[in-house]
Write a protein that binds this ligand. Structure first.
Ligand SMILES: [Zn+2]
Length: 181
């Protein structure tokens, strides 16, 4: 199970948008279901009803509603105003905040704890996954009894997917969105 988090725009029917272009939002998920790339579609950003941090595994953080105007904003009530598809920069930390970090920290720790029990290619794969989840070479060294330098020297070629197939499909769909018909 991959964990790819994003701060998504949300819609009344549970749609989640992953990217924005030209007044449109690319919807990649509805409710708990990740859409297949051929189901990705665009919606007007005026239909956004809120924002939430979501993960490809199905986890999602606290939902923030889009206020109806600047005067309707009420941060303690998790109602935030933005005229744009994304929430204001100064509230992004509030929305995504520690929740996503709290979600992936135990997963990362579990991976690190497993490193000493793994052998061969499995350890290389696990190091790469831990790196994708934010583990530093110090973390990996500490988990395996190595210095950060030795851990780096041993596993620097661990495969890391910065652009996963799903992310790649989203980028391609966004490019089509931006191309005038
Ligand atoms: Zn996840």
């Amino acid at each position: 199970m991959r964990h790819e988090g994003l701060l998504g725009a949300t819609f009344a029917d549970g749609g989640v948008g992953a990217a924005y272009a030209a007044g449109k939002v690319l919807v990649v998920r509805v409710g708990d279901r990740e859409l297949e790339p051929d189901e990705y579609h665009a919606r007007p950003d005026t239909e956004i009803t809120g924002w939430a941090h979501v993960c490809s595994c199905g986890w999602h953080g606290t939902h923030w509603r889009r206020a109806t105007g600047p005067g309707d904003q009420d941060l303690p009530a998790r109602r935030v105003w933005s005229a744009h598809p994304s929430p204001p920069m100064d509230t992004i930390d509030l929305i995504s905040g520690h929740e996503y970090a709290d979600h992936i920290a135990p997963i990362r720790e579990g991976l690190l704890a497993s490193l000493l029990r793994l052998a061969g290619d499995h350890v290389l794969t696990a190091v790469g996954r831990a790196r994708e989840l934010g583990a530093s070479w110090s973390d990996i060294g500490a988990a395996t009894g190595l210095t950060p330098e030795d851990a780096h020297a041993r596993w620097q070629h661990a495969p890391i997917q910065l652009v996963t197939p799903r992310h790649g499909a989203q980028l391609a769909a966004l490019a089509r969105l931006c191309t005038p018909a």
